[in-house]
Each structure stands twice: as structure tokens, then as C-alpha cells.
Design a protein around this ligand. Structure first.
Ligand code: ADP
Ligand code: MG
Length: 283
């Protein structure tokens, strides 16, 4: 009997969070271990479906760099890199669209549906959603790599209003009518701003933002976040995350989180507990 009562208590503890997030939009950048490991994939999908069923409006934005790399390799397509950025020629972009907008996107749609939800896959070029400009690296052309200049959220809102979970591939559309590959963190941040989301959650493969000693920083202001980047403590793939989180909170998103996607049910823990599992970035 006590076990049952404890179960009821756990549900009641979630009640204030359910109230707070009812009808609110939560944008989740899905990637890393949570996308690779079968158990983590299933637990992520269940979290999304649970959110949806209690009236939260989840929006998923996904990456897919490793899958693109693997397909290019299988096709025997050599890539050149400029400072770690893949030069995306037209042929490479064709593969990006096939893999990111086709295969990976649909795998996530199917994952959510297997967990009992209903999802619709979109790319950022659908409905003119993610508007981009061509990005260069130190003045050098790197091909179809885009920076986000704006987001028209109409397609996402239509899909969410109709009761589906939108699953978005980070492909943007330029003024030149061409599609561009966009960093998934950057896309998720811009989408969160355009939707006036309550939360932006970036799943990653580390505990969160780590300090110079490798310890988790549970909470960061924009100012301290910028300091960590300037000091070189935050490097590599964590830089676009920090950037998009600080932009998001400046742009009206209440809270932005970098969380440990290696933990089962990381998203639910973030939403329904006080502590959460990672770094919270606030204004
Ligand atoms: P993702 O697939 O989540 O986008 P990335 O490799 O692009 O992964 O970015 C996360 C990586 O950023 C971490 O695995 C880590 O190696 C690196 N990183 C650099 N500086 C930090 C830091 N201060 N705290 C946490 N991670 C950091
Ligand atoms: Mg990354």
C-alpha cells in the first residue's frame, strides 16, 4: 500500500510544474547520446509524449552531423574542412538534405509515434521557416553553410495547434532560394525566440557547462557565460550552445538549459523537478 501512496505523492509533486507549463512551448534540441543509444532514444520519446499529453507544447529540433559524415563516407565523397567547419558544396548539401531532412527527421517522427505520440517532420525550409544568409569563415567561402537571420514560426504553430509534435531539421532557406545547412543549436535557439518559448533545452553528451576545474556549473548568468567563453573555459561545440542560450534569454525565452542527454528521462527531470540535470542560463 505504501508503495502506491508514494507513487501518488510523486504525481502530486509534479502538479505545480504541470500547471506552470500547461499550454507553454518547450523547444528541445535533440542530439548526441540521446539520439544514438536505444534506451535513451526510447526514454526521450516517452518524455515528449508525456509532455504533449499533459498539455505542454514540445517542439523538437535535431542535429545529425555524425549521420551526414557517415553517409558522405559511404558515398566516397571527400570533404574539406576550414577550421573544423565542413565545406558544404552543392553535392554535399544534397546529402545533408537527404540525411537530415529525410532519414534522421523521419526516424525521430517514428520514434515519437512508437511511444504513442503523433509527430510531423518539417525542415526549416518548409513554410519559409528558417531564413538564412550564407556564412563565411574568416572571409573564405565554405559553401552552403548558413547563419540564421530570422524565423517565421507559422508552420510550427500550425502543426502544434493541430495536435502534432513538430520535428524540425536544421535546414534554412536563403534569399537566393538555396537551402543552407544550419547549426542545430542555433536553429533551436532562434525557433525558441520566435515561438516565445517558456524553455529552451539543449541535450548534450556532458553534464552541462563545466568550469575550469571540470565541475558542473548549475546556473549561469549571461555575463558569466560570456566570461567563460572569453577565458577559453568554454570551447568548441559548447560555444554555439552558450551563444544561443544567451541570445534566447535576451530574446524573451524565460529559461535556457544545457542538460546531460546521457541521463535517462533527462528532459522530464528538467521540467518536473527543482534541481534539473545540467546548467540553467538566465538573464
Ligand atoms: P552536441 O552534439 O551536444 O552539439 P558538441 O560536441 O557540439 O556536442 O558540444 C559539446 C562539447 O563541448 C562537449 O562534449 C565538450 O567536449 C565541449 N566543451 C568545451 N568546453 C566545454 C565546457 N566548458 N563545458 C562543457 N563542455 C565543453
Ligand atoms: Mg554541436
Amino acid at each position: 500500500m505504501q508503495a502506491l501512496i508514494d507513487k501518488a505523492k510523486v504525481l502530486i509533486e509534479a502538479l505545480p510544474y504541470m500547471r506552470r507549463f500547461f499550454d507553454k512551448t518547450i523547444v528541445v534540441k535533440y542530439g548526441g547520446a540521446a539520439q544514438k543509444d536505444a534506451a535513451l532514444r526510447a526514454s526521450f520519446a516517452k518524455d515528449v509524449v508525456l509532455m504533449k499529453h499533459i498539455g505542454v507544447r514540445p517542439v523538437i529540433v535535431h542535429g545529425g552531423g555524425p549521420q551526414i559524415g557517415a553517409t558522405l563516407e559511404r558515398l566516397g565523397k571527400q570533404s574539406t574542412f576550414v577550421d573544423g567547419l565542413r565545406v558544404t558544396d552543392d553535392e554535399t548539401m544534397e546529402v545533408v538534405e537527404m540525411v537530415l531532412g529525410g532519414k534522421v527527421n523521419h526516424e525521430i517522427v517514428e520514434l515519437v509515434q512508437k511511444a504513442g505520440g503523433r509527430a510531423i517532420g518539417l525542415t526549416g525550409s518548409d513554410g519559409g521557416m528558417i531564413r538564412t544568409r550564407r556564412r563565411t569563415k574568416d572571409g573564405r567561402d565554405i559553401g552552403r553553410v548558413g547563419a540564421v537571420v530570422g524565423v517565421d514560426p507559422a508552420a510550427i504553430v500550425a502543426v502544434a495547434d493541430a495536435g502534432f509534435v513538430p520535428v524540425i531539421a536544421p535546414i534554412g532557406i536563403g534569399d537566393d532560394g538555396l537551402t543552407y545547412n544550419v547549426n542545430a543549436d542555433e536553429a533551436a535557439g532562434a525557433i525558441a525566440q520566435a515561438l516565445h518559448a517558456e524553455k529552451l533545452i539543449l541535450l548534450t553528451d556532458v553534464a552541462g557547462v563545466l568550469d575550469g576545474e571540470g565541475q558542473l556549473v548549475p546556473q549561469l548568468t549571461q555575463e558569466r557565460a560570456r566570461m567563460l567563453v572569453d577565458q577559453g573555459v568554454v570551447k568548441g561545440g559548447m560555444i554555439p550552445k552558450i551563444q544561443c542560450c544567451t541570445d534566447a534569454v535576451s530574446g524573451g525565452v524565460a529559461r535556457a538549459h544545457v542538460i546531460d542527454g546521457r541521463v535517462e528521462h533527462a528532459v522530464l527531470l528538467e521540467i518536473f523537478t527543482d534541481g534539473g540535470v545540467g546548467t540553467l542560463i538566465t538573464r
